[in-house]
Design a protein around this ligand. Structure first.
Ligand SMILES: [Zn+2]
Length: 380
């Protein structure tokens, strides 16, 4: 069993007196599906009954509502769930200001955290969302519940301060999504030069330079483009996002892996796909079992990847992620309310506290330039 699953099981085992039975989060699964649906072992956990009443989903579903992902009754809709209510996004796909690719991330899941973490003015976005068709009788309870960022006082405070002190109202005009054209050209220019050099003379040095260009693209323009953050024009964001494919990845997979898994369940060792590595071949986590050959992994890791470009790209990206993101177990916290918050099951935790406590700032101005700002994971 992976350490992560052991940890999840350990958390599931935490029981409290006077508790109710609810499904526990299962082993790591891609997106929006439960272990029970995939034939996994269904588990239950006892949770305290002291959860705020406001957390309870509105009763818009019926137990016999069917399977949201299999029954034609529901699959004919582009359904999503926001705070316990199912909406049909079909008519809105072509109208979403952030473009269809971003809205697609919400289809087929509880998109509450996606929605609340993407919109700087959630009151405006929520008003538009609530004009969409509601799917009465939808089996909302069959869908894994998303975290609810707007329930976090910390998150709301940070967002309000960013709006007032950093953007100063410019988010209304979309200025916060532009202004990085020169940086984007620098990254693309370097990548073109490195590719030309490698094509002209393939050797370890030019391979390393090309690898660095892939990592630089990955951290900057593809990341921000796929987030819809480089421009107010979805086409520009999409084109910059496609540079992920140029660097050897898949922008389509990245959007789901990064935005749905990593951003929503940041540093959650059961649900964040970025927490996982190439174990058992490589071991970066001392909670995983150590085998005799790991003693030489710093040597043989170089031979595992046939292309120098991918070696350098992967190592640079892995190192960047390792310092930016910290699962709770690697960052000892004082016992108290914050640690207690992280001990809650995923969808009961304070979303803002989870994001801030398990992330880190590093690298200053230099790190800022080379990562497109990804070195600043916590608001300073
Ligand atoms: Zn991101």
């Amino acid at each position: 069993m992976k350490a992560s699953n052991r940890t999840a099981t350990a958390r599931c085992a935490k029981v409290a007196a006077g508790a109710r039975l609810t499904p526990c989060r299962g082993p790591r699964l891609p997106f929006g599906r439960t272990a029970a649906r995939r034939g996994g072992v269904a588990r239950v956990v006892l949770e305290p009954t002291t959860a705020p009443a406001a957390d309870a989903a509105p009763k818009t579903s019926v137990p016999s509502g069917g399977d949201p992902w299999e029954d034609e009754k529901w699959t004919k809709y582009k359904w999503t769930i926001y705070r316990g209510v199912a909406y049909d996004l079909t008519s809105y796909l072509g109208q979403h200001p952030g473009g269809r690719w971003l809205l697609n991330l919400a289809v087929g899941r509880d998109a509450t955290a996606l929605f609340e973490s993407y919109h700087l003015r959630p009151e405006v976005a929520a008003a538009r969302l609530k004009r969409l068709p509601v799917l009465e009788g939808f089996p909302v309870d069959a869908v894994p519940r998303s975290p609810r960022p707007n329930d976090s006082e910390l998150y709301n405070t940070i967002r309000e301060r960013v709006r007032k002190e950093v953007f100063k109202g410019t988010e209304v005009k979309g200025a916060h999504r532009s202004g990085s054209e020169g940086a984007a050209l620098a990254v693309l220019g370097y990548a073109a030069a490195a590719y030309a050099l490698y094509t002209y003379d393939a050797n370890p040095l030019t391979g390393a330079l090309l690898g660095l260009s892939g990592a630089w693209i990955g951290l900057t323009i593809q990341h921000c483009g796929n987030h819809g953050a480089m421009s107010t024009i979805p086409l520009v964001n999409n084109l910059l996002g496609l540079t992920n494919d140029l660097a050897g990845g898949s922008s389509l997979m990245w959007r789901y892996h990064h935005q749905v898994s990593h951003h929503i369940h940041c540093n959650d060792d059961a649900l964040d796909e970025d927490v996982f590595s190439a174990f058992p071949i490589l071991r970066f986590d001392d909670r995983l079992p150590g085998f005799w050959y790991h003693r030489w992994q710093h040597i043989y890791m170089w031979a595992l990847f046939p292309f120098l470009q991918l070696v350098f790209q992967s190592i640079v990206l892995a190192a960047t992620f390792a310092v930016s993101h910290n699962v709770p177990e690697t960052k000892p916290l004082d016992a108290g309310p914050t640690q207690a918050a992280l001990d809650q099951v995923s969808n009961e935790r304070d979303w803002g506290v989870q994001q801030v406590l398990t992330s880190a700032n590093w690298g200053g101005v230099v790190g800022n330039f080379f990562t497109g700002g990804l070195n600043l994971q916590v608001v300073a």
